[in-house]
Design a protein around this ligand. Sequence first.
Ligand code: HEC
Length: 436
Amino acid sequence: MTKRGLLAAVVMLATGPAFAADPATIDWPNVPTNTVKLFFPGQSTYQWLRSKDHAGAAVVKTGGACITCHKDKEEKMGAAIVGGDKLEPHPIEGKQATIDLAVQAAHDNENLYFRFQWKTRNPHPGSAHPHRRFDGKDWKGIGWPRLHKKVWDEGQPAIYEDRLSMMIDDGSVPMFVEQGCWLTCHNGMRDSPDLAATDDVKAHPVLGGVLKKKDVRKYLPASRSDDNATWNMTKSPEEIAAIKAAGGFVDLMQWRGHRSNPIGMADDGYVLEYRLFDEGKGVFSSNWDNEKKQPKYMFDDAKVGFKSKIMDELRDTSKPQSLIPGENAVAFDPNAGWKEGDMVPAYYVSREAAKGSAADNSEVKGTWEDGMWTVLWTRKLDTGNPADDKIMKAGGVYDFNFAVHDDNITTRGHHVSVPMTLGVGAEADITAVTLK
Ligand code: HEC
């Protein structure tokens, strides 16, 4: 849209009716659309980018911006990787090199409002997720992301939710404006080169000892003590806490087709020494009672007409797909006459249980129609939780990265944007127009 068009849209909105904080009432057709080209990044980790295999390594090492050399090259980069020519050891047949993410943004004094739209590869929304299946004796996990070896090696079903993610910084994280989310992806992580062994992670004093983790997930180089930001070279918990207190983390929020959308929310996390959720209680929980070795919840037969599903019913969007205790789910009954093949979701979601900073994204709703997701997302400029959120204000410009997980995928199987800026009523790559 031209400058003049943009101004017209702002003026139109400004003279419209007094704005209530409901994104559905925003005149979206008159808010400029930014088409953000997301591309398939494969295993282009922090370490690969600095290796002899990447022609831009010398510049990347000194903190250079990816777009110095890769501006408007998303199509070419995605195509080079998605087919397996480089950086992708398990190419997925038919996977798109790029996804166009339409981003529209507006704001008032309190909130940022987004409308996101993108086409899914499948003729159905990714609102199913792994389940527990009764085999006549036990409830075993079933369904995996497409890059899992159970899928590509053993032919097990690929079942995983669609996601839309935003990573935000306010200039506190060194190099984030130049290199964005690539600062957070490292060798050693799940589905990355040199995968860290489970036992090594468990034995690690910070990752296993303090955080009780079994795998490596996103982290920032500032949380590591060596130049190559190696996964096991963590700084001490005290040093990491000091970085966090100074704002040296990135905000990471994910809207999830199965584990947040049915309750109109997105999760809220951050990345520093690991990808962690914010303080409080998040939007989803495991539906597994480890003592009783059985699910915690099943669907409420009295309310929805069934207590479990079978494989063929998982994609039926006319019926609830996620367990919501109190609304469509009740406590699991082990004596309900279970038959082999009965399935219940491996997670449940709860708006009531979500608390604290982890529950900040409480107004996020996606609808899927004619092959396209439309997600309306409200995010408070100031969540009141500066310890694990990026606080924004009108007139400010912030660093944003976007990602979409499409077609039953997790980890590197997403499509990502190059780093960009978003101005809250200010000039930037994406400008959130001011509502009055
Ligand atoms: C100084 C220039 C330069 C910079 C800065 C740079 N790159 Fe590259 N990059 C290259 C060149 C040249 C290639 C090889 C392209 C080719 O073979 O056609 C490449 C290849 C790649 C590829 C493989 C896909 C492809 O097109 O070959 C990825 C992914 C990539 N770069 C990501 C990044 C990211 C992310 C950053 C920022 C952290 C970055 N690059 C910074 C020059 C650069």
